[in-house]
Design a protein around this ligand. Structure first.
Ligand SMILES: Nc1ncnc2c1ncn2[C@@H]1O[C@H](COP(=O)(O)OP(=O)(O)OP(=O)(O)O)[C@@H](O)[C@H]1O
Ligand SMILES: [Mg+2]
Ligand SMILES: [Zn+2]
Length: 257
């Protein structure tokens, strides 16, 4: 403020002297260039510490920060966290919202569960296979939750059986390409129990294309299935099964439950 007054005093024009409009604009520009600094003290409502804020505009009392930068950041993170907790209940099927590793059928299921929780997603995906009721789906949802809470990234999910239904429906509506593209390019996709799909030629073609796209675009895919070997291969026609399973083995980490 003092600086501004000083500059006004130093102005070559005296009071009453009329400035031409271009001169006036030039002078005004010079004046507004002057770096104005205001300093205010305020008390953070959270940590109760007195803080100073340095600004280049004047604040009225009610415009002063209510929280210091550290407390504001913590509050913002808490807010994001509670929004994500709420959102997760809309993404994850209720049965899988909470899992307790001690309730899994045996120790080898618990070891597999822990491996999945420690898995770090890169462009490599995850194939979780094993007999029925071992906890595969649970383990994956729990890992997805951890990822979502940390990053906010929502997995694109499909029950195996639902995927084949979606493909048939989308074909009637001429939307299959869009559906395949959306699965092919989503940041992270989770196909649960792919053995439950009805492997029509069209479903095979779509599933294969999605896997091919996801490998090419370095996006991780997570699959759960009961079998990754010959039984899965046999669901595809021609040599598609061989090509599909080899891709899974090359582009995914395989965890047996
Ligand atoms: N809250 C829980 N936490 C952990 N495990 C649980 C809980 N409730 C039930 N279980 C156990 O989880 C297992 C089923 O989990 P899940 O549905 O993930 O199996 P799955 O391997 O995906 O089976 P499927 O191949 O049939 O789909 C059962 O053994 C069940 O006893
Ligand atoms: Mg399952
Ligand atoms: Zn504070």
């Amino acid at each position: 403020m003092e600086k501004l007054e000083q500059q006004q005093q130093n102005s070559t024009k005296t009071v009453g002297e009329v400035l031409s409009s271009s001169e006036f604009i030039k002078e005004a520009k010079e004046l507004t260039k002057a770096p104005l600094k205001y300093e205010y003290k305020y008390t953070c409502r959270e940590c109760k510490e007195e803080k100073t804020i340095s600004t280049d505009r004047s604040y009225l009392e009610w415009q002063l920060p209510k929280f210091c930068p550290t407390c504001a950041k913590i509050r913002q993170e808490k807010e994001i966290n509670s929004q994500r907790i709420k959102r997760w209940t809309e993404i994850c099927p209720p049965l899988y919202l909470e899992s307790d590793r001690n309730l899994l059928p045996d120790e080898s299921a618990r070891i597999a569960y822990d491996k999945i929780q420690d898995y770090i997603f890169t462009e490599k995906g995850l194939v979780v296979h094993g007999l029925t009721r071992r906890g595969k789906t649970r383990a994956v949802w729990q890992r997805m939750k951890k990822g979502f809470m940390a990053t906010g990234l929502e997995p694109k999910f499909s029950f195996g059986g639902m995927f084949s239904l979606n493909i048939s429906e989308s074909f009637e509506q001429h939307e299959t390409t869009a559906l395949v593209k959306s699965f092919g390019t989503a940041p992270i996709v989770f196909f649960d129990d792919i053995g439950q799909m009805i492997f029509t030629e069209r479903v095979q073609e779509c599933l294969f294309t999605i896997l091919e796209m996801r490998c090419a675009y370095l996006r991780p895919t997570v699959f759960t299935m009961n079998d990754i070997g010959d039984t899965l291969k046999a669901k595809f026609s021609g040599n598609r099964g061989e090509a599909f399973v080899s891709r899974l083995k090359e582009f995914c980490e395989i965890i047996k439950f």
